[in-house]
Ligand binder design. Structure first.
Ligand SMILES: [Zn+2]
Length: 478
């Protein structure tokens, strides 16, 4: 079976037909690095990581490009209100995004172009569009003449005549004069105090939409297979990308893939940084294990909205916990048992068919959970050959989803053991206190020495007037 994906442009699920056999080029609109990532950003990354990993697992050579918008109005606005230079803010935030992606094992992209590193390509693309008669300079700005772009509105299913009345489509704050309210800026003339680059139209910086058209073509060519992003980007961002790329004579994306957004507060509000709500990835990871976060963000269908709530996290922890327990117990039970792959072929086929059907992760996970149930029965019945085959297919499926507790999350046990160590150290501390109470100094010192030898440092502390002891690992500050 071949991979079929929903295509926003045709509003249908249709087969992916790579331009070059065996190769797939994907362009993803990456983050604007204004503020640290929240779970909405990570949902996007995980959803598209499933696409990336399934393409690789299906044998394609994948060129996966995800840009970084490292200069824009919001970044400049925020930096202007602090002593931090705009480029330092962008660099620091880019690192925060990388840490978040790494934390949930999102594969790094093949290429990660930044806007500030792509200015030459962007100005060259704008010149090309002007020379073909689809853009014009005005007062140091350059605008796309939207009415000359054939098929404008097709991607988002809108009629340009209806858009004319919409305020949302009308850009503002530019120095030049637009010929038509629908026209949008490809290049924005420099404003005092803002960074700028030289161009044939004077100093300035690129508009948002043109960046992606230029970076995509730079890395993937004038026509490429898949353009992906959040559903909130269909209009105006992607509609405008199509318009300017076609105006440049480029075939551009063959397939448009959009994922749903994360919602909070009963699904009513799209998550944005203004909501806060403890949804920053760094905050979430202090309470949720990264593999569980990955499970929660990736378990639904990528096109559906995902509601972020404590209940969703608890459900994810329980569901992933069932998988982890089986994989660990079965791994211990089967040892070096040879694996007969044919025994579990049906599970893999069910899993593969689900992902081939528009990346249906819910169906794919149903195959995983059903194999886990079968595996648990085999574990109880003590049937090593069939158990080994089931464990093997479960781990193979989990690997595609970056959820294998053994191969991909080997440190998971360490995270689980903190509570266990707490209890054991507390027992040793109690024994030492008993020894001291009995004035058995030799035994008390010996207990402390054994903990020290194990790399555990005890510290006497007072909490709310009560004396106690806490522990830390030698060389680690708490
Ligand atoms: Zn974009």
């Amino acid at each position: 079976m071949t991979l079929r994906l929903y295509d926003t442009a045709t509003r249908s699920v249709r087969p992916l037909a790579p331009l070059q056999a065996g190769q797939v080029g994907v362009y993803v609109c990456g983050p604007t690095v204004q503020a640290p990532p929240h779970v909405g950003h990570l949902r996007s990354a995980v959803a598209l990581d499933v696409l990336h990993r399934w393409l690789l697992a299906s044998g394609f050579m994948v060129t996966f490009v995800r840009n970084v918008t490292d200069v824009d109005d919001k970044i400049l606005h925020d930096a202007a209100h602090t002593a931090e230079p705009w480029w330092a803010l962008a660099t620091r935030t880019t690192r925060a995004f990388h840490r978040a992606y790494d934390a949930v094992q999102v594969l790094p992209p093949t290429g990660e172009p930044r806007v500030t590193g792509s200015i030459a390509s962007i100005t060259a693309l704008i010149e090309r569009i002007i020379s073909r008669g689809h853009a014009y300079a005005s007062g140091g700005d350059v605008y796309l003449a939207v009415r000359t772009a054939p098929g404008y509105g097709q991607l988002s299913g809108q009629d340009p005549d209806q858009l004319r009345a919409s305020d949302k489509a009308v850009a503002h704050g530019h120095t030049g004069t637009k010929r038509d309210p629908l026209d949008f800026a490809l290049w924005k003339a420099a404003k005092p105090g803002e960074p700028s680059w030289s161009s044939p139209w004077g100093p300035g910086r690129p508009g948002w939409h043109i960046e992606c058209s230029a970076m995509a073509v730079d890395h993937l060519g004038e026509s490429f297979d898949i353009h992906a992003g959040g559903i909130d980007l269909v209009f105006p961002h992607h509609e405008n990308e199509v318009a300017q790329s076609r105006a440049a004579g480029h075939g551009f994306a063959q397939h448009w893939l959009h994922h749903g957004l994360v919602t909070v507060a009963g699904g009513a509000e799209k998550m944005s940084k203004s909501l806060g709500n403890g949804t920053l990835v760094d905050d979430v990871l202090t309470e949720v294990r990264p593999q569980v976060l990955r499970y929660v963000l990736g378990a639904g269908h990528y096109r559906s909205p995902l509601e972020w709530s404590p209940a969703a996290v608890a459900d994810g922890e329980a569901a992933y916990g069932r998988i982890e327990t089986f994989v660990r117990n079965a791994t211990d039970a089967v040892g070096d048992q040879p694996v007969d792959e044919a025994l579990a072929k049906a599970s893999w086929e069910e899993f593969a068919a689900a992902l081939d059907d528009d990346l249906s992760v819910p169906q794919a996970l149903a195959a995983v959970h059903s194999a886990v149930r079968v595996g648990n029965a085999l574990l109880a019945a003590g049937e090593p050959p069939a158990l080994a085959a089931t464990l093997s297919v479960v781990r193979r499926m989990l690997t595609v989803l970056a959820l294998d507790p053994v191969g991909q999350w080997p440190s998971a046990a360490g995270g689980d053991l903190r509570g266990v160590v707490d209890t054991l150290v507390a027992l040793a501390v109690e024994a030492r206190a008993d020894a001291r109470a009995a004035k058995d100094w030799v035994r008390a010192d010996a207990l402390r020495d054994r903990l020290t030898a194990a790399g555990i440092v005890l510290e006497d502390i007072v909490v709310d007037g009560v004396a106690g002891v806490r522990w830390r690992l030698a060389g680690h500050d708490r």
